[in-house]
Write a protein that binds this ligand. Sequence first.
Ligand code: UDP
Length: 313
Amino acid sequence: MRAVVTGGAGFLGSHLVDRLIAEGWDVVAIDNFVTGSLDNLQHLEGNPKLQFIKQDITRFIKVEGPVDFVFNFACPASPDDFVKIPLAILRVGSMGTHNALGLARAKNAKFLTASTSEVYGDPTISPQPETYWGNVNPIGTRSVYDESKRFSESITMAYHRVYGLDTKIVRFFNTYGPRMRLDDGRVVPNFVGQALKGEPLTIYGDGLQTRSFGFYRDIIDGVFRLAMSGTNEPVNIGSNFEETILRFAESVLKATGSKSKIVHVAAASDDPRQRRPDLTRAKTLLGWEPTTGLEQGLAETIEYFKGKMALAG
Ligand code: UDP
C-alpha cells in the first residue's frame, strides 16, 4: 500500500504517518510548514518507507507513481490561527481539499479527509451524533475553519456521488498529545505550558464551557479503522468524557504538580458552550472506542512539553 498524507508534518498527520509505516505502508508526506514541522518526522529520517515533499496543497499536487490512499490532514486547527491566517485556512479547506480529491481521482485511490466537530458549531443538542446538521455562525471569526470544513465534507461527498470515489470523513473532536505546538494557542498546550512555567492558567470566560479530550493514539487508531472500513458516512472520533474547562484546568494543575493560579480572561467569540461526541457509529461500524484516560494522556503530553521546553532553554 502507498499513501499520501497531506499535513504529514503536523501533529495528527505525523502520528498517522507513523501508524501507516508501522502497518507496512509506504508513505508520501506533504506539508508546507504553516503549522507543521520536520521535527515531527525526524525519527523517520533515512527510512525508505517515507518520502517527504514540501508542497502547498492549495496548488496542483504533484506526486509521482501509484497511490492507493490519500489522507487529507492539512489544516491549521487552533482558534488562534483562525484569527491570524483566516484566508490560508479557507484556501486549504476548500482548494486544498479539492486538489487532494483530484489527486485521489487521478490515482484511482481511496480518500479520507480530516473534518471536525466544528461542523456542529455551538451545538444545541448533546451529545452530537453525525446526523446533527449543526449551528454555525457563517460570518464569525471561527467560520473560516467551520465553513471550509463543511465545504470539504460537501465536496468529498460530491466526488463520491459523481465519480464513485471511495471516500471517508472523520469528524475529530478535541485531540491532544505529543507534537502539538507549545505556542499553538489551544487549551492543552496553553494550560500545560502555563502550569510548567508557573504562570497563571488563562480561562476564557466563565470556564463552564465543556470539551471532551481524546488522546492522539486512540484517535489515530480510529482513523486507521475508518480507512479500512467500507463506510462512506462521516464518523465522529473523539473522547466522550466531557468536562468543563475549569475542571480541566484543575486536572492540569494536579498532573503537573504546579502551584499556578487560575485566572479568567475575556471569553473567545462564538466559543461553543458544549461539545461531546455521540460515538455509537464509531462503535457499531468500526468496533472503536477510546481507551486512554485523561491522567495517562496528560502524563505523556506533559513529558513531551517538558522536553521541548528544556530544548528551548
Ligand atoms: N480556552 C481557555 N484558555 C486558553 C485556551 C482555550 O479557557 O488558554 C478554552 C476555549 O475558550 C475553549 C476551550 O478552552 O472553550 C478549548 O479551546 P481550544 O482552543 O483548545 O479549541 P476549541 O475546542 O475551542 O476549538
